[in-house]
Design a protein around this ligand. Structure first.
Ligand code: P6P
Length: 335
């Protein structure tokens, strides 16, 4: 009888490469291009993971000393991670254009015959880098609508989130995880740095229909609507747990695993919300819905919002379906 070795070792899940190949048939229209694009993203994340893991030693955890196009203080790792993704996607030749939180316009990769465009927040939560708190990359992949053989246009990116071909995030935490969906459910892969490969560790991830965790920066409480203040008081009466890391990917990932809701509403300093539709909210809304959760802007489904500007912001309510439904109902009340 074969020895039961589970007592003194662990079984590795399916490697990301094999998973992509085995699920290739799911990728509409693709004849390998989307698979290659996903491999490119995973490669860039491995390189960035290596930079992050020794940021404190190599002095790249700090600020660039200048602001990005959003007027936000740029961290060195913002710039380094953006560089890595652009270089890897350009070399992978499956992406004709990229938009990034860090740059105003479209980044032309020169691959004008490529089928896809990518919207990316290369390093979300970068203010946490120098305090060693989890951070993340968020990516969205659209099939271009401009003709092959030409540079990507704004219209390629200004598509509703419901058109997404794939989306996901990389969480650089105690362990490094890649979580993505191509429209057939959500799967999570954990990186083994000793082998340099991601392995399936969280197959078919699902949002619990409700949870007892709410994530919001209550420092802005007094600029919230009375309806939202009422909901937060309800959470306290029910003894929910307040969990807010200040890193969207980390908060979202925890709530996906445990059930909960993340809220970044309209505030005095950010009347349209702080988070960006195209390269933050659409991707996480796509993942949330694929995992049975919901995502709205307080009124409508995030994935139905017709974008008008590459860097537009939106209020963001995302998480367990019943929790999002309840907040939406309360926000409609007259108070
Ligand atoms: P605040 C990080 O800058 C980020 O985009 C998200 O990762 C995070 O959830 C949010 O902003 C934090 O913003 O205003 O609460 O500090």
């Amino acid at each position: 009888m074969a020895a039961d070795i589970s007592k003194f070792t662990y079984f590795l899940g399916t490697a990301l490469d094999r998973f992509i190949s085995e699920n290739q048939k799911q990728f509409t229209y693709a004849s390998g291009e989307l698979s290659q694009l996903l491999r490119d993203i995973s490669l860039a994340s491995k390189i960035i993971n290596r930079e992050i893991s020794k940021a404190g030693l190599t002095g790249i955890a700090g600020s660039m000393g200048e602001d990005n196009i959003q007027g936000e203080h740029q961290k060195m790792l913002d710039v380094i991670s953006e560089f890595r993704f652009i270089a890897t996607l350009r070399r992978g030749r499956q992406t004709c254009g990229i938009i990034s939180e860090e740059q105003a316009g479209i980044i032309d990769t020169g691959n004008h015959n490529a089928k896809y465009v990518v919207a990316i927040d290369p390093m979300d939560g970068s203010s946490n880098i120098d305090v060693n708190v989890s951070i993340g990359t968020i990516f969205s992949i659209y099939r271009r609508i401009s003709p092959l053989g030409t540079p990507a246009t704004e219209q390629d990116f200004l598509q509703v989130g419901a058109n997404l071909v794939a989306a996901g995030y990389i969480l650089y935490g105690p362990s490094n995880m890649l979580v993505f969906s191509t429209g057939f459910g959500v799967n999570g892969f954990t990186y083994d740095p000793t082998l340099g490969e991601y392995f399936l560790s969280h197959p078919n991830m699902k949002f619990a229909s409700k949870g007892e965790i709410y994530s919001i920066n209550e420092g802005s409480y007094h600029s919230f609507s009375p309806q939202l203040q009422y909901y937060l008081e309800l959470c306290k009466k029910r003894k929910y747990s307040a969990r807010y890391i200040g890193s969207l990917v980390a908060d979202f990932h925890r709530n996906l695993l445990k059930g909960g809701i993340y809220i970044y509403p309209s505030t005095k300093s950010h009347p349209n919300g702080k988070l960006r539709l195209l390269y933050e909210c659409n991707a996480l809304a796509f993942i949330a819905e694929q995992a049975g959760g919901k995502a709205t802007d307080g009124k409508k489904r995030i994935l139905d919002i017709q974008p008008y500007e590459l860097h537009q912001r939106t209020p963001f309510f995302v998480g367990s379906a019943e929790m999002v439904d309840e907040v939406m109902e309360i926000l409609e009340r007259k108070m």
